[in-house]
Design a protein around this ligand. Structure first.
Ligand code: SF4
Length: 384
């Protein structure tokens, strides 16, 4: 969205939220559970809504779960917060709209609800997530790599002193965060990965709901690294790419064994397909400002990157710049060096998708995360 009332974009939304007496959470899963932990002392929660029939009539983390049709919804008094991942929420948003519910009037999105509530009520900056990338170095050559490694001439590897500076600056500006994500490249190839995780956990762990990193499941870190990670409150997403790279199946099994041995919390992530942002097949540079703004607003990508003291409006715009394929490196950033207490609402607005022109330059070369993007493929399909 394009900023028009910088620092006041959500005044009306917060007023509507305040008027609600009770809330349902749409999505009885991990995200919903995490949100209950944060919000149960703040608001009245009536229960969960879920489209999975098997959950109807069940109790989930102490609350009844029902279908949308079965809830007791009183307009103005009741609100719904969508508590599912970005990928699932498009369909739920449409379902609610088809039933007459209006965004930011009857229903809210979890990230927006969280950050607006805390900045207006407590003057606290509470982010849903941030992505932080020590290096783009990776041992795989995925064709639809979201770091755009196939286009880059060399990997981008950051120095520890710069990483530490970014982490400290970030936590000078942000009070709390649901998910701090140390991403890649392949993070397990970064020589200081244990040091980074330890530093974040020891210094800022009490301000992070989930500290997470990820691996492509093909690298077995040294025991010394795993030993250090086991002493941190961190979880690891293990991407399961064994179908695409069966030659690493043995390493995958060894990694899981080691994670279990060191009692490190992990989740195996297996997705059916990848979206390809397809910069090599895209040229929207002839589009009008309005078309580009619409493209940005319809894109469901929800990640921002922290790098060099700046938040980048879109992760993929930032990655494209690093890979050298962003035609015009972007100014749609929030410079944390210029943050002060009077800018708390602005930083929240930026994190929730507002910026100066209402899109990023890479939107002109990118298909985005939306149903309109037909470029999809098998996960981790390798370059020839
Ligand atoms: S269209 Fe691409 S560059 Fe634009 S916001 Fe979406 S992912 Fe980012």
């Amino acid at each position: 969205m394009k900023w028009t009332k910088q620092g006041h974009e959500f005044d009306a939304v917060y007023k509507t939220m305040q008027e609600k007496m009770e809330f349902y959470f749409f999505g009885a899963g991990d995200y919903g559970k995490q949100f209950i932990n944060i919000m149960s002392k703040e608001i009245t929660i009536k229960g969960f809504i879920d489209n999975n029939r098997q959950k109807h009539g069940e109790v989930f983390v102490g609350y009844n779960c029902e279908s949308l049709d079965a809830i007791d919804f009183t307009p103005k008094k009741t609100g719904i917060v969508i508590t599912v991942s970005q990928i699932q929420r498009g369909a739920i948003t449409k379902q609610l709209q088809a039933n007459g519910y209006v965004h930011n009037q009857d229903f809210f999105i979890i990230e927006e609800f969280l950050s607006i509530y805390f900045v207006y009520k407590y003057n606290q900056v509470y982010f849903s997530s941030i992505s932080f990338l020590p290096s783009t170095a990776c041992n795989l050559k995925c064709r639809a790599c979201l770091n755009f490694n196939p286009y880059a001439k060399q990997f981008y590897v950051r120095e520890w002193k710069d990483i530490k500076k970014d982490i400290d600056l970030f936590f000078q500006c942000v009070d709390k965060i649901m998910l701090f994500h140390v991403s890649g490249g392949e993070p397990m190839l970064y020589k200081g990965i244990a040091e980074i995780i330890e530093y974040i956990d020891h210094n800022y762990g009490d301000r992070i709901d989930t500290l997470r990193t990820v691996t492509n499941g093909t690298i077995v870190p040294d025991d010394s690294v795993l030993e250090r990670l086991s002493k941190c409150k961190v979880e690891i997403t293990v991407d399961d790419y064994r179908e695409a790279v069966p030659q690493y199946s043995g390493d995958f099994s060894k990694l899981i064994e080691k994670l279990q041995k060191y009692q490190i919390r992990y989740y195996i992530n297996k997705t059916a397909e990848w979206i390809d942002l397809a910069p090599d097949k895209t040229d929207f540079s002839h589009w009008s400002e309005e078309q580009l703004q619409k493209h940005f607003d319809e894109c469901c990508q929800a990640w921002q990157e922290l790098r060099d003291g700046r938040l980048h409006s879109c992760n993929y715009d930032a990655y494209a710049t690093v890979a050298g394929i962003n035609p015009e490196p972007d100014e749609e950033i929030f410079d944390l060096n210029n943050f002060n207490d009077n800018r708390k609402k602005e930083i929240v607005e930026f994190r929730l998708g507002y910026n100066g022109k209402g899109y990023t330059n890479f939107c002109k070369k990118c298909r985005g995360f939306s149903e309109k993007n037909q470029y999809k493929g098998k996960p981790a399909k390798q370059m020839e």
